[in-house]
Design a protein around this ligand. Sequence first.
Ligand code: NDP
Length: 332
Amino acid sequence: MDFFKKMETPQATTEKKVSGEAEHVKCLIIGSGPAGYTAAIYAARANMKPVMIQGMQAGGQLTTTTEVENFPGYPDGTDGTALMEDLKKQAERFGTEVRWGMVTQVDFSGKVHEVVVDGEKVIKADTVIIATGATAKYLGLESEEKYKGGGVSACATCDGFFYRGKDVAVVGGGDTAAEEATYLAGLCNKVYLIVRKDFLRASKAMQDRVFNTKNIEVLFEHNTKEIYGDGVVQGVKLIKKMGTSEEQEVDIKVDGFFLAIGHTPNSDVFKPYLNTDETGYIITQPGTTKTNVPGVFACGDVQDHVYRQAITAAGTGCMAALDAERYFAETH
Ligand code: NDP
């Protein structure tokens, strides 16, 4: 398939653009996680005068974790929110203009791209860097909300280290769950893998790793009812064979509860114009951050379902700024 697929006719949206003179910028960055801020630092230093629209969760996913120990350059670790504040200051120091707001509509059909913020303000941009990230899926339990940052996490690579020698649970049956369970098994005393069906959806190779790891116990046909604890997670109540005559409640004692039931890339608003995979991840040209629309670049988790780390997001943010700068130089 030709990477630069024929532009589809965008779906009609209910939102209206406001008429009048639109602001015109060289580089618009959408999203404010490690990818967005790194893109901003590089773009600002290259005199692209970037404007950043922060999005719903200013600072991105790192602001939902507590300590970050695996971001290079912090020998004693750092707080996720503090790290994002530092990145913001660094981007602003070189002239990035950071604004509140959500991008609600885009028009990538022309040479100059149009982006609507909060349903009313139109910004025209020569280059657009999309760094809107992905959102981890949660089960939707009240108790899950209560213990976020206190034993409930959606990232084993980020938080697993805090559970060394302890017992933990991972929920999910796909590749992420299998990968996180095996990663945690290397750190923890015991890992329960909670799977709602009677089989794993993960690839055969990943399944083999799970079944060959002694300290992983797979609990097939178990659903999570409730997470409990005194301030921090101490255990999970599960329902075995839910909805059958054999239904029974099972209680496991764990210190950590890891969600691995998938991520949703935040790409909906761009889909009328950009190629995405079946899950919605934006497809970039291999080895670059170029999307199928010239002048529109994507970096970080919105285009990466494999690595999903702050440092890899930052790396692709740098690439996006360099790609945007080169594109701008070639076209102006
Ligand atoms: P998937 O969508 O593949 O799997 C999600 C899992 O979570 C499924 O087992 C699903 O159960 C389960 N699940 C979903 N909702 C609930 C719920 N409410 N309660 C309990 N369980 C639930 O997501 P992944 O993140 O695992 O993978 C996403 C993509 O990324 C896949 O294409 C995967 O192959 C890829 N990937 C590749 C990796 C690699 O190559 N190294 C590593 C990680 C991911 P059910 O099966 O019942 O629907």
